[in-house]
Write a protein that binds this ligand. Structure first.
Ligand code: FES
Length: 109
């Protein structure tokens, strides 16, 4: 599987998550305050709700349901009740295109 365009860089609002689906894989895409784009698994590992509906705070995305904050760089939740990480996908920027390969994830430890 190769990298797929998921959105335009100009579509992303800073500190706001955008939900996309690539090859059936739901992802939450975030442009952080440092201008870096992250893509993590969109499904919370606690209650299977969409993390993209949650809140960006620094380098975390907080689940709206029960407050677990997932690291945008490692995918690990920093607090309970979630304890399993979400996948972190490798993002490539080409011009105004944001590309992600759903088959490629960063190590999460
Ligand atoms: S559903 Fe996400 S922390 Fe409970």
């Amino acid at each position: 599987m190769s990298a797929t365009r998921i959105c335009a860089l100009s579509e992303l609002e800073q500190d706001t998550a955008l939900r996309v689906e690539v090859e059936g894989v739901p992802m939450a895409v975030v442009l952080d305050g440092n201008g870096e784009v992250h893509a993590i698994g969109d499904t919370c590992t606690h209650g299977e709700v969409s993390l993209a509906e949650g809140f960006v705070d620094g380098d975390t995305l907080e689940c709206w349901a029960h407050g677990s904050a997932f690291s945008l760089t490692t995918g690990h939740p920093l607090n309970l009740p979630a304890y399993e990480p979400v996948p972190v996908y490798v993002v490539t920027i080409e011009g105004d295109d944001v590309l992600v390969d759903p088959a490629v994830t960063r190590p999460t430890n």
